[in-house]
Structure formats: C-alpha cells, structure tokens
Design a protein around this ligand. Structure first.
Ligand code: KG4
Ligand code: ZN
Length: 351
C-alpha cells in the first residue's frame, strides 16, 4: 500500500510517500519560516497563500524522490485538523482533487494522532498494533499532551496544557528576548553557552480548581506555561538592559528553556509513577531540542522504561506521519473520514 500524504496544518507545506504505513519512501517539507519571521509569528493569510503556491512543486518532488509514478499511488492522505482553517483547506482541496483525478481513496486524519504516529516511522522494533500501553508526550507549537496509547487508535488523554503550548511559550519567550522566529530553535542556540541556574522560573503546575471538576483530567498531569511567560516579561521590564547584553540573554534563555522542559519531565515522571507503561515515547516539534531529548531520557532511565523518540526530521510538521498513520489505520481496518470539511479545533480521537 503506497500512500501519498499531504500536510498543511500550519506553516510547513509537506508531501511524502509512505509504504505499508511505516517505510518512508520520500518526505519533502517546504518551510515558510522566512515569510513569517518579520512578523514574529505565523500569519494565517500568508501561510495559506504559500501552501497554494508550494503544494504542486512539493508533491511533485515527493513522487520523484520516491521514484514512483502516479499510477503506483494507492491512496491520498491529508490532515483534516486541528490547525489553521485556511491552511488546512489548501491541503484538503488539493488532496481531494488528486484522489478524484487518480480514482483512489482520500483519507483524512488527525494532526495530533499523526504526531503520535511519527515515532513508528522507519522503526523496525516498534509496532503501533502492540497492545502494551505507551505513555506519549506530544509537544509542539500548538499542543502539549500527555496521552496513554493502548493499541492503534486507542488513546486516553491524561493531561494537556491549560493555556499556551510548550512550543508557543518558547516562541513567545524568544520574541521577548529579541531572538528570531521560530523561538524554540533560537532559544536552544542561545542557551548552549548559557547558565540554566541563572534565574529560577516557575514550572507551571496548575492547582486543582473548578476547571478540573468538570473534566476527567488530573491537574498533576496538566501544564500551564502562562506563569513562566509572565515571569520572563516582568524580568525584562525590571532589567531592560539585558536585551543589549548577549551573555545575559544566553543565561536567561537557558533558565527559561530549562523551566519549560522541567515542567514537561515532571509530568512524565508523575504519570510513570501512577500508570503502568511499557514504553515512553515523545514527538512534536519541541522534541527536536537536544536538551529535552536528554532530559526525557533521564526520566525514562529512572523508571527503567524503554524510550522511543521521533526522529528529528519527523518531529516538526511533516506529511510522512500523515501518510504513515493513514496506512496503519487502513491496515487495522479502521474507517477514516473521507469528507472534505476541515476541523480547526479537532480533538484527539476517542478522548
Ligand atoms: O510540530 P510543529 O512543527 O508544529 C506544530 O504542530 O505546532 O512544532 C513547531 C514548534 C515551534 O513552537 C518551534 O519553536 C518548536 O516546535 N521547535 C523547537 C525546536 N525546533 C522546533 N523547540 C525547541 N527546540 C527546537 N530545536
Ligand atoms: Zn504539528
């Protein structure tokens, strides 16, 4: 089964060909970073326009790199949500047109589930059909979720962020420090020579309140990054001179990044204490960060739990995870959505 995947949920235009749900034959990504960085964040109108411009070339490149012809493609998979509505529409309409033209099925999948699935790409010893529970951290610019996966398409959301996603906190922190967009990689680069003990930022553990009473979420597995962001804002207001001091920026970046990552690893630690998990797996754009990769590895070791991290190229948004997930769901005879409505605020399936 050869699936051509398309992903346009935010500001990366991506196409990929994945064979039998796991072997990546090609994975092409066109980044729009340069278009959005003058604005300090993603501008939806620009993103959707660029997707429309970039999609034909990227799809063509994915097919060429996979050394395949259109006649060999068995299905088209596309992200339906969550994401920016106008960006999702660009991918969905293109996917629909291609599927119609080729006479193959169109499979629409959930972006959050695709991020989870990214750890299974090109992995010989990991199987999404395994029933053993896997604790997942998916951490990106739009989402921060702690999820227990018990076999394919079977998820229990343990915790989520009550405000910003971890990547969003890094992006906004970088903006306050005058570092370029996207903030995660800029803060990582600045923090390399910084001292993480320079400042003590709050690690955002939400206290039990009314919001939790009506939900099944447990505050000890949830996140809140508004406090760390506000603490940085006040620090800069009190010490505006640091913005002209590269050494101070490095120390603040290191301290800020460390607080965000400790919040993530603390919740993983709490979940591994409470639940039996056969493995810890982490995915999403923020997982490209080398420090975070080593911090989650320490937590996994301390619980004697095997760790699987998404490969760096499949952490940030990509279509391989979309095509791979669709192929795996098809193999499991799970019916996929074929309608062409986008769902900008799509929750994770079966939560
Ligand atoms: O998964 P992704 O490409 O898009 C979303 O679904 O949101 O994640 C993008 C996020 C951004 O917030 C970006 O700053 C962050 O991932 N990111 C990083 C790194 N590379 C990307 N954060 C920390 N360190 C990195 N190296
Ligand atoms: Zn994403």
């Amino acid at each position: 089964m050869k699936v051509l995947g398309i992903e346009t949920s935010c500001d990366d235009t991506s196409a990929a060909v994945v064979i039998d749900g796991c072997h990546v034959a090609s994975s092409e990504v066109s980044s729009q970073t340069k278009d959005h960085s003058p604005f300090g964040g993603v501008v939806p109108e620009i993103a959707s326009r660029r997707h429309v411009e970039n999609l034909p070339g990227i799809i063509d490149a994915a097919l060429r790199k996979a050394e395949m012809t259109w006649a060999e493609i068995d299905a088209i998979a596309v992200t339906k949500g969550p994401g920016l509505a106008s960006s999702l529409i660009a991918g969905l309409i293109t996917a629909k047109a291609l599927a119609n033209q080729l006479g193959v099925p169109l499979w629409c999948v959930n972006h959050l589930e695709a991020h989870i699935y990214s750890v299974f790409l090109d992995s010989e010893h990991l199987n999404p059909f395994d029933e053993e529970p896997i604790l997942f951290l998916t951490v990106s610019g739009g989402h921060t979720n702690l999820v227990m996966m018990r076999g394919i398409h079977n998820y229990q959301l343990l915790g989520t962020t009550l405000d910003d996603a971890a990547g969003e906190a890094l992006d906004k922190g970088a903006q306050m420090l005058g570092l370029p967009h996207p903030g995660g990689p800029s803060i990582e680069a600045a923090a390399v020579d910084g001292y993480s003990g320079h400042l003590s930022f709050p690690q955002g553990r939400p206290s039990p309140n009314k919001a939790f009473k009506s939900s099944q979420l447990n505050p000890q597995f949830c996140f809140s990054f508004s406090g760390v962001k506000t603490a940085l804002l006040y620090h800069i207001r009190r010490h505006p001179e640091i913005l002209d001091d590269p050494a101070a920026i490095r120390d603040v970046a290191a301290s800020y990044q460390s607080a965000v990552f400790k919040a993530l690893t603390n919740r993983i630690d709490a979940a591994l204490k409470e639940f039996e998990a056969g493995m810890l797996a982490c995915a999403g754009g923020v997982m490209r960060n080398k420090l975070l990769r080593s911090m989650v590895s320490e937590v996994a070791d301390s619980h004697d739990v095997p760790l699987q991290l998404a490969q760096a190229e499949y952490c940030t948004d990509n279509a391989a995870m979309v095509a791979g997930l669709a192929g795996a769901l098809h193999k499991a005879s799970i019916k996929m959505d074929t309608s062409i409505d986008v769902v900008p605020r799509m929750p994770l399936t079966k939560v």
